[in-house]
Design a protein around this ligand. Structure first.
Ligand SMILES: Nc1nc2c(ncn2[C@@H]2O[C@H](COP(=O)(O)OP(=O)(O)OP(=O)(O)O)[C@@H](O)[C@H]2O)c(=O)[nH]1
Ligand SMILES: [K+]
Ligand SMILES: [Mg+2]
Length: 361
């Protein structure tokens, strides 16, 4: 087989020498797509993602069609330089970078572009999707100058492999059992799901015994299937980011920005990039806390990261497994404190950017 990597390099060199850029680009894109195609017998591109270990406090995956600006964005918000260029499939593997955000460290994963059919193993689609599945937030990067369907197309690819975006798991209790038949109960009978449908689904999955309690009156049969298949479903938050707004009208830009879970930016003109970073932090639903030792200033260089809705008890657990046992009280400065410092117990709910001092017995 011809070495595709070498051939790509040759064309790149050739393009540097000559002016035939347009021609070169399309040839290059074709070769790079070839590089992404699974080798014969590799079983559809592999499903195990890329070999990049998780690091930091959270992971964000950049998912999108080729050339929407994923790598440009990564290079802008982290110290990592990921190659960006005008031709498709510039990025061929997962490139991790670290976004530093007020003492928190967020891993940003730049990924190869995906195309329609990715979920069926087109290109490196399956690997990209597997990597996205391991993330705490998907940043779907879209090109503001491209047709509107791009968003729905990508959503369908992710949906096909069990990724549910910006959705809570359905409020349906289901427990398969060894014997005793099926027991189906409705709290508020839904319009789009009844006992017969549930029987049908369970029969398809060869489940003959178990208990079902439908609590949500808006539940659908698809929701029920998701509950039965819960080991193969992943509920991930998604922020849709339209890049290249420098090339669209203000009117259209305004329209895009009003869509839910959506932000707009231009990496090229450095417009809205900072806002997107703030949104990433918000959508991750984490909080940064700063610890303070008695008689010393708080350490703002390193944050303690906890989930939103955390209490002092969660903070203790985060610091050390046994800290709770010697806990006497905590002092809190910041938005959650009624006066500063406020002396609080384990049940106190903390707020983003609070300073906490734990006093042990
Ligand atoms: N007009 C405009 N062009 C941009 C902007 N951001 C990136 N680009 C250009 O878009 C092209 C593609 O950028 P990349 O960062 O390589 O895109 P990508 O999504 O990483 O592409 P693949 O790795 O091939 O999937 C490059 O030519 C960039 O210079 C922007 O905000 N506005
Ligand atoms: K590109
Ligand atoms: Mg790229």
């Amino acid at each position: 087989m011809v070495n595709i990597t070498e051939k790509i390099k040759e064309i790149e060199d050739e393009m540097r020498r000559t002016q035939s850029r347009e021609q070169g680009h399309s040839k290059l894109a074709r070769l790079r797509a070839q590089l992404l195609e699974p080798a014969a017998g590799a079983g559809g591109g592999g499903g195990s993602g890329f070999d990049v270990s998780k690091s930091g406090d959270a992971r964000v995956a950049l998912v999108g069609f080729p050339s929407v600006g994923k790598s440009t964005f990564l290079s802008k918000i982290t110290k990592t330089k990921s190659e960006a260029a005008a031709y498709s499939f510039t990025t061929l593997t997962a490139i991790p970078g670290v976004l530093e955000y007020g003492g928190a460290e967020i891993q940003i994963l730049d990924l190869p572009g995906i195309i329609e059919g990715a979920s069926e193993g087109k290109g490196r689609g399956r690997q990209v999707i597997s990597a996205a599945k391991t993330s705490d937030l998907i940043l779907m990067v879209l090109d503001a100058t491209k047709r509107a369907e791009q968003r729905a197309l990508l959503e369908a690819e992710l949906d096909a492999v069990g990724i549910r975006l910006n959705k809570e798991p359905p409020n349906i209790y289901f427990k398969p059992k060894k014997a005793g038949g099926l027991k189906i109960t409705f709290q508020n009978p839904p319009k789009n799901l009844d006992e017969k449908m549930i029987y049908h689904v369970l029969r398809d999955y060869k489940i003959l015994n178990g208990e079902v309690l439908v609590r949500d009156e808006n539940a659908t049969v698809d929701d029920f299937i998701d509950v039965v298949m819960k080991d193969h479903r992943k509920y991930i938050r998604c922020l849709y980011v339209y890049n290249k707004i420098d090339s669209v009208s203000l009117e259209f830009l305004d329209q895009l920005a009003r869509e839910p879970y959506t932000a707009v930016m231009s990496c090229e003109l450095d417009l809205g990039v900072r806002e997107v970073v703030d949104r990433i932090w918000k959508e991750l639903r984490l909080m940064r806390l700063y610890t303070k030792r008695k008689g010393e200033d708080p350490d703002f260089s390193e944050a303690l990261i906890v989930r939103r809705d955390s209490t002092i008890e969660d903070v203790c657990d985060q610091i050390h497994r046994t800290l709770k046992e010697t806990f006497k009280y905590a002092l809190v400065w910041g938005a959650s404190a009624r006066h500063v410092p406020q002396r609080v117990g384990l049940g106190h709910a903390v707020a983003d950017e609070d300073v906490v001092s734990i006093v042990a017995k």
